[in-house]
Design a protein around this ligand. Structure first.
Ligand code: ZN
Ligand code: ZN
Length: 332
């Protein structure tokens, strides 16, 4: 085997990506090495790019929508096999010992790891991952590059919706037809996206620029769930008025600006605002199985690893339809 590989790293917070040659890493105990086939570019990669996470060290390879094949096992790893197809998402590991973990609530581990932040992620040809971060990838999802976005965007929308109170026939609105929202349609978007939203399976599209989306949702009886995917607290705040009785604004788009709601608006009708962050690897496996069963697939734009900077810029432009995915030349 060629002992060198290509990696795309952020050398220090805020600097440009650089393509470097590194030694192919060896997995330690409790870890496997993955030959990466594809890695989605997520808006949250901005956290690695700009150094927005406390304690992050550099250089760091971003990427938390990784799919590939296990090609080496750590000495004590028995439950995973070489050649197994796996994915790694945002949730990159837990300690099994903190209070949340002892309660089985691994996603809220006090010492949880994040792929591409706590350790090097998928913008590289090979990566090392702890076994507790691995999700099994069904054989039938043969487009590794199509499965990659399901590891973050997919599990986030799917898991948030399936744990919401919405039942079939309830009014569910999705704000933002982007990397996340297009996987969860019905839709509220900024532009004239009607045809696209319908194509994706929406019953109705509300263009927020032209209409008061909250009022439109009230005309329909008020939403049980509004899943807000576009990273804007301001846009989310404008939708609280669209909730019906017992409705919940489920926040999945990551943003630093506040979501604001008048307390009276929440009290009347017992409405809520709830955050939801992805899931653990078994949630990803459920997401993949759901995609397999239903035929839901992300819409993607592919870039080779060497053009990661261009792909990242495309993602940041908000113009990609919809998920930008890096593919590895070594798999061709
Ligand atoms: Zn993500
Ligand atoms: Zn823990």
């Amino acid at each position: 085997m060629n002992q060198k590989m290509k990696a795309v790293q952020v050398p220090k917070p805020g600097s440009d990506f650089e393509i470097v040659e590194r030694d192919i890493p060896q997995p330690g105990p409790g870890h496997v090495r993955i030959r990466v086939q594809a890695c989605g570019i997520c808006h949250s990669d901005v956290i690695t790019k700009k150094g927005l996470f406390p304690g992050i060290t550099y250089p760091r390879v971003p990427g938390h929508e990784v799919v590939g094949v296990i090609d080496e096992l750590g000495a004590d790893v028995k439950e995973w096999k070489k050649g197994g197809r796996v994915g790694v998402g945002w949730h990159g590991g837990y300690d099994s010992t903190c209070l949340a973990c002892r309660r089985g609530d691994f996603v809220n581990c006090a010492n949880g790891k994040i792929c591409g932040i706590s350790y090097d992620g998928g913008y590289q040809e090979y990566m090392i991952a702890p076994v507790e971060a691995l999700a099994q990838m069904p054989e039938s999802l043969d487009m590794a590059e199509a499965a990659a976005p399901l590891m973050c965007a997919g599990v986030t929308t799917f898991n948030a919706l399936r744990h919401s109170r919405a039942l079939p026939s309830d009014l569910v609105a999705i704000q933002g037809i982007g990397g996340l929202g297009h996987l969860g349609v019905p839709a509220i978007g900024r532009g004239p996206g009607n045809a696209l939203a319908k194509k994706l399976g929406a019953d109705l599209y509300i263009g927020r620029v032209a209409t008061d989306a909250a009022a439109e949702l009230q005309k329909l009886g008020g939403a049980s769930v509004i899943l807000t995917t576009a990273p804007s607290g301001k846009a989310m705040s404008a939708l609280v008025g669209g909730l019906g009785a017992n409705g919940t604004l489920v926040v999945v788009g990551a943003s630093a600006d506040p979501v604001e709601a008048p307390p009276n608006q929440l009290l009347s009708g017992r409405k809520g605002i709830q955050g939801w962050a992805g899931g653990i690897p078994t949630d990803s496996e459920d997401t993949l199985r759901f995609a397999e069963m239903t035929g839901v697939r992300p819409m993607i734009e592919k870039y080779p690893l060497a053009r990661a900077a261009e792909g990242y810029a495309r993602m940041m432009s908000g113009k990609a339809e919809f998920r930008v995915v890096l593919t590895m030349e070594q798999t061709k």
